[in-house]
Design a protein around this ligand. Structure first.
Ligand code: PLP
Length: 378
């Protein structure tokens, strides 16, 4: 027994394990996903609902959660919650639901499930970064197809990449993050029809978009629709859902860890969905605030606003990094997109907040950009 050791481990450093000698080399090369410290800041960086849960629902939550059986494992299939979701979230009768600890986990499950040797996961760029990260963790090859300058899908580049790489999985965020736009429906339909593998339409911002692929999710054999309760107002619960034909969902469910949706989340989501009108009402206030924020932003000299169907607004302003830093010094946290992709040069992304929050942001931005303009001589 004494000389048996795992053959794949590098033992040149005298039997002392180190990350370098044990971990996958690609893991060693990655940078950690960075979440900036937001303590004491006006937080407009992460597409959270600014309103918080209404007091009447909070009271119900307090009662229900105080009786939660947290000494027990959760319902492994979350059956009660899933059937409630089916009744409240416009999910077609013939479709099945897979729940994730946030849709982030569903992205991970999808990538792990398709990661045969040499498998390709494809997305457009810039888009949601977790597609690339989860593909890499799963050991799949990620191909990013650049959008055109107006953030629309570059159709010929996309179809060429599909033919060349034969992706097992294509992610399309609808609306797209961080650009905010919806992609052309007819083009998405052709992608679904020509794709050799799965196409996942990621509707994280569905509540603010007014358009959806959900009603037609079962019309194609290779289409799945993914949503999350996070942007709707429950980011802290971590609950995402993937919807499609049972033949896909039943297989993907084998990759899900048995108790991935905890007791508190199952109960709190149930109460929230029983009071869904509250969240939908908040979403429509956010959509109204988005319109006002976009109009006000457009009127600031030097600011170019991109169209948005989500609960954030992406805009371009010269000296974006300096503007971002100056906002942060004013304790306002947004997202700096400059440097993330060439198409995002000088771009910033702000989450739509409450009316007061948006005014604070706009006031600060007006002050900062007028200083920038005068510093650079107009
Ligand atoms: C925020 C976001 C998600 C992740 O949502 P969670 O459910 O909180 O993990 C997924 N897709 C897109 C496009 C997003 O912007």
């Amino acid at each position: 027994m004494g000389d048996r050791r795992p053959v794949s481990v590098d033992v040149r450093n005298h039997g002392q394990a180190s990350p370098e000698s044990v971990l996958r080399p690609e893991v060693l090369g990655w940078k950690a996903y960075h979440v900036p410290d937001s303590a004491g800041m006006l937080k407009l960086d992460a597409m959270e609902n600014p309103f918080g849960m209404e007091a009447s629902v909070r009271q119900i939550l307090a009662d229900v959660l105080s009786n939660a059986p947290i000494n027990r494992y959760p319902d492994a299939g979350a059956d009660v919650l899933r059937s409630l979701m089916k009744r409240t979230l416009e999910i077609p009768e013939s479709a099945e639901i897979l729940l994730g600890n946030g849709s982030d986990e569903l992205i991970q499950i999808l990538c792990q499930a398709v990661a045969r040797p040499g498998a390709v996961v494809l997305g457009v760029e810039p888009s949601f970064v977790m597609y690339r990260i989860s593909a890499a963790i799963a050991g799949a090859h990620y191909v990013g197809v650049p959008l055109s300058a107006n953030f629309a899908i570059d159709e010929s580049a996309l179809f060429q990449a599909i033919e060349e790489h034969r992706p097992a999985l294509i992610f399309i965020a609808y609306p797209n993050n961080p650009t905010g736009n919806l992609f052309d429906d007819d083009l998405i339909r052709r992608v679904v029809e020509r794709a050799p593998g799965l196409v996942v339409v990621d509707e994280a911002y569905h509540a603010f978009a007014g358009k959806s692929w959900m009603p037609q999710v079962c019309a194609w054999p290779n289409l799945l629709v993914m949503r999350t309760l996070s942007k709707l107002g429950l980011a802290g619960l971590r609950l995402g859902y993937l919807v499609g034909r049972p033949e896909w969902i039943d297989q993907l469910d084998k990759v899900r860890l048995p108790y991935n949706i905890n007791v508190l989340t199952q109960l709190a989501a149930k109460v929230s969905l029983e009071n869904l009108g509250v969240l939908l009402g908040q979403a429509s206030r956010i959509v109204q605030q988005r319109g006002e924020l976009m109009t006000a932003l457009s009127s600031i000299p030097g600011v170019h606003v991109f169209p948005s169907e989500a609960n954030f607004v992406t805009f371009r302003v010269s000296g974006a990094v300096a503007v971002f830093e100056a906002l942060r010094e004013n304790r306002i946290l947004i997202k700096c997109l400059h440097g993330a992709h060439p198409l995002l040069a000088d771009c910033l992304r702000v989450t739509v907040g409450s009316a007061d929050e948006n005014l604070m942001f706009l006031d600060a931005l007006r002050r900062i950009t007028s200083l920038e303009v005068s510093r650079h001589g107009g």
